[in-house]
Design a protein around this ligand. Structure first.
Ligand code: FAD
Length: 456
């Protein structure tokens, strides 16, 4: 049984709350026979949390948190590791009212933490506003994405969390604490990995709604990156390079170009002429070679609203042929080309376990645990075959090859980087640990993930 707005009193027998039964995959989540999430979206993590709550009001959430000995939020479960699991309770915010309050005068929107980008974007667009950027998938929750510094692409686009101007937490004793931009600890609280409390509301900066068109180009030799990486990444508002590492070429280049931004001529990047020798795809494409394109957002240069072009995948489809795993590493954009060469040297190890690799750029920010902290970054993303045992040794090998570049792993994906190495790559990690100690002195929001990677 799933708890709709009725937190389980401490000590009540587990049986009254339903046992985790055989998994049943519905839409984007894995639900057990009692209708509660049993595994993450990818199915590689079986949640061990014995209790699950789905409060219908913030007051109920506060009571759940205050009474729990251990608690973590499970949002849409799209992370590929155990960060959303808990040794005690998991709590879903999907039952809270899905508030979206636009403050037009100040170009801000206040959003309920349980909302997904797919739920938020059309409501924002209807009011004439847009988010600056989106990730490849709109199904993820705003709060969950920001907690892990999720990003899209674009040399001038920061990660999604950088849009936050304020956020409200329920802290360990059930109190509400608000962090606002300008507060000393605000940059530490925005990318929080679930370790400071339960975020209930976020305030995001918005911009006037805009149009985008995207075009896909195919078969660009990898060597073109040697001299043109920066030009290529600057040739659109958002650019994604794809390779399967089976040959020294980019299988696809996706260029998303803003429309109506003042320039009268169509940008060269989205014409039908070859681009850096790469011909435009004659039909819509899926980034994973061989998969049908119908799950993907519209291409071929057809203009459309920002939220129907910035993600690669459409909200109405489950965006994958089946299970997959993901890893991603971010490093200084200035090291992109040597990092591509380092990965080329292990392409024979990458290719057999890989569906597709995507290379993106993200602008620097000031958020303590952001992988883009104070550095314009290039991100190397890997969508793996769903075979953890085969993938993990390759992940470790790749980390060794990317270590000289100070690569920071995506917090929500699969990585084997040690706590010591993470500590050496995040200057402000000690300050974040102080925040954890301050707001959660008894360790209510800690779990195996925080113990492994943060030493807490
Ligand atoms: C198909 C697919 C495509 C993806 N594409 C991208 C991409 O383009 N770019 C990218 O950067 N990442 C991408 N990701 C990764 C994904 O964005 C992150 O893993 C993200 O954190 C998932 O969000 P979620 O809402 O599912 O959060 P969950 O996985 O449910 O939770 C993530 C973490 O946030 C915490 N958390 C969530 N909500 C709250 C809250 N309200 N209060 C406190 N803590 C909270 C959880 O406890 C957990 O620790 C993709 C993932 C998938 C499956």
């Amino acid at each position: 049984m799933c708890h709709e707005g009725s937190p389980r009193p401490p000590g009540e027998p587990q049986g009254a709350w339903g046992k985790r039964g055989g998994p049943r995959r519905v839409s984007n989540v894995n639900l057990d026979s009692a209708g509660r999430p049993d595994k993450n979206w990818a199915g590689n993590i079986a949640f061990a949390a014995p209790d699950f709550y789905r409060p219908a009001a913030v007051s109920e959430l506060r009571a759940v948190v205050a009474r729990a000995r251990q608690v973590r939020v499970l949002a849409t479960g799209h992370s590929f590791n155990d960060m959303a699991d808990s040794p005690g309770a998991q709590v879903s915010l999907a039952g809270l009212p899905p508030e979206v309050e636009v403050d037009s005068a100040n170009s801000l929107v206040r959003v309920a933490a349980g909302l997904s980008y797919a739920g938020l974007a059309p409501r924002l667009d209807a009011k004439g506003f847009a988010l600056r950027n989106m990730a490849s998938l709109p199904h993820i929750s705003v709060a969950g994405a920001c907690a892990t510094a999720t990003h899209g692409s674009g040399a001038a686009n920061q990660n999604l969390a950088a849009a936050i101007t304020a956020l409200e937490f329920v802290t360990a004793d059930g109190d509400i604490v608000e962090f606002r931009r300008g507060d000393d600890s605000f940059p530490g609280a925005v990318v929080h990995l679930g370790g400071l409390g339960v975020v209930t509301r976020l305030v995001l900066e918005v911009v006037p709604a805009f149009g985008i068109s995207q075009r896909v180009y195919e078969d660009l030799p990898l060597e073109v990156l040697d001299d043109h990486f920066a030009d290529i990444m600057a040739s659109g508002y958002s650019v994604s390079l794809f390779t399967d590492w089976r040959a020294p070429r980019l299988t696809q280049v996706w260029i998303k170009q803003r429309a109506g931004d003042g320039s009268s001529a169509p940008p060269a990047a989205i014409t039908e002429a070859p681009w850096f020798t790469a011909p435009p795809a004659p039909a819509a494409r899926n980034p994973v070679p061989g998969l049908p394109p119908d799950t993907c957002t519209q291409q071929l240069g057809v203009p459309g609203p920002w939220f129907e072009r910035l993600p690669h995948f459409r909200p109405e489809f489950t965006p994958s042929a089946g299970d997959e795993l993901q890893s991603e590493y971010l490093l200084p954009a200035t090291r992109a080309v040597p990092a591509v060469r380092a990965l080329s040297q292990i392409s024979d190890r990458l290719a057999p376990v890989l569906r597709i690799c995507e290379v993106r750029m993200i602008a620097a920010d000031d958020l303590w645990l952001s992988p883009c902290y104070r550095q314009d970054s290039v991100a190397f993303h890997f969508t793996w075959m769903p075979d953890t045992a085969a993938v993990l040794p390759v992940v470790t090998l790749m980390e060794q090859r990317l270590a000289p570049f100070g690569a920071r792993p995506h917090w929500g994906k699969i990585f084997t980087t040690s706590a010591a190495d993470l500590g050496s790559r995040y200057d402000r990690l000690p300050d974040f640990l102080d925040l954890m100690n301050h707001y959660d002195p008894a360790g209510k929001f800690r779990n195996a993930y925080t113990a492994r990677y943060l030493g807490r």
